[in-house]
Write a protein that binds this ligand. Structure first.
Ligand code: VAH
Length: 314
């Protein structure tokens, strides 16, 4: 059985339903700090209330369902974390430490995501290598790079099978993102449909790696099903599907919504975070070691996003 923490979040919402379809609904235990707004998650299989800063509760749930895998998604994202760095450390690092301790005691495999945020301004910004300098300048990034090192430590010291990916900005239509710097790339689609006007909080010319949610979920399954003897890296693999700046995504949407207008109202905190991150990642290790192979580019993602949101927002 698989325990998913942070199951009500942007990734968790879609991951739980996909895993339940793939592996059977009773084999996927969804959990979050509060009851899920998305009744589908609660009604389509086991759901538990877990605050990941409570290690005892995590252990109880793992034992109750005999979980052998923990997909640990509970985390504060970059912009929210920058506004409350102490809470971000407590949740992101305290929660991860608890998950790793429970995994050590119960012989669970652990997947937990890192992020492009694990890099900083002194990292090579274009085609950022898998192995390179990581001096992030945000609390979120500090918890991501620390998390990567802690997960590798638990693998080396205790033999816990830990695996992770450095996610780029994730775009999806099922659940909104929860306070990240790349959230603009989701809200732009909603506003293109609802008001045909968008106020962009990231500056023109600011390039970031991005990925459509189906590819992000496929990456979890591919990495978790990969032959461990083939993994030269574990925590965490660079993955990406595309890079764009606000002008790029705006012009792609405009092909479908001709009278769509965008203006800039830059958020200085998010802009500073975005500028500290790479412009593009080199994902060759993920491709070589476990067959990472994203399907969606900006054009096909935009078509699917607008199609799904037109139905959802009708
Ligand atoms: C954020 N969406 O913006 C998250 C992600 C790469 C960005 O970590 O914080």
């Amino acid at each position: 059985r698989i325990l998913v923490t942070g199951a009500s979040g942007q990734i968790g919402t879609e991951l739980v339903s996909m895993l339940r379809n793939n592996y059977g609904k009773d084999n996927i235990v969804a959990s979050d700090i509060k009851p899920s707004k998305d009744s589908k998650i609660v009604n389509s299989g086991p759901f538990e209330i877990i605050d990941v800063t409570d290690g005892r509760k995590i252990g109880e749930v793992v034992k109750k369902y005999k979980a052998d895998t923990i997909i640990h998604l509970a985390s504060l994202l970059s912009a929210v974390a920058e506004g409350n760095p102490t809470l971000a450390w407590t949740i992101n690092m305290g929660g991860l430490f608890n998950v790793l301790e429970v995994a050590r005691e119960n012989k669970c495999v652990v997947f937990t995501p890192s992020s492009i945020a694990a890099f900083g301004p002194s990292t090579p910004q274009d085609h950022t290598p898998q192995d390179t300098i990581q001096r992030p300048t945000t609390m979120y990034g500090v918890t991501k790079v620390s998390g990567e090192i802690l997960c590798d430590y638990y693998h080396k010291k205790y033999g816990v099978d830990t695996r992770g990916v450095r996610y780029p900005g994730l775009i999806s239509h099922a659940a909104l993102p929860g306070g990240g710097t790349t959230d603009y790339a989701v809200h732009i689609y909603y506003d293109a449909i609802k008001n045909k006007k968008f106020e962009c909080n990231i500056q023109k010319g600011t390039y970031m790696d991005m990925m459509y949610m189906p590819d992000a979920l496929d990456a979890i399954v591919k990495l978790m099903e990969a032959d461990p003897s083939k993994l030269k890296h574990r925590n965490a693999f660079n993955i990406t599907a595309m890079q764009f700046d606000p002008e790029g995504i705006y012009n792609e949407i405009k092909k479908h919504v001709p009278n769509f207008q965008m203006e800039y109202k830059v958020d200085p905190v998010k802009q500073a975070i975005a500028e500290s991150w790479p412009n593009s990642l080199d994902a060759s290790c993920a491709k070589e070691e476990w067959g990472f192979n994203p399907k969606y580019d900006l054009s096909s993602m935009t078509k699917d996003m607008l199609d799904k949101l037109n139905k959802k927002l009708k």
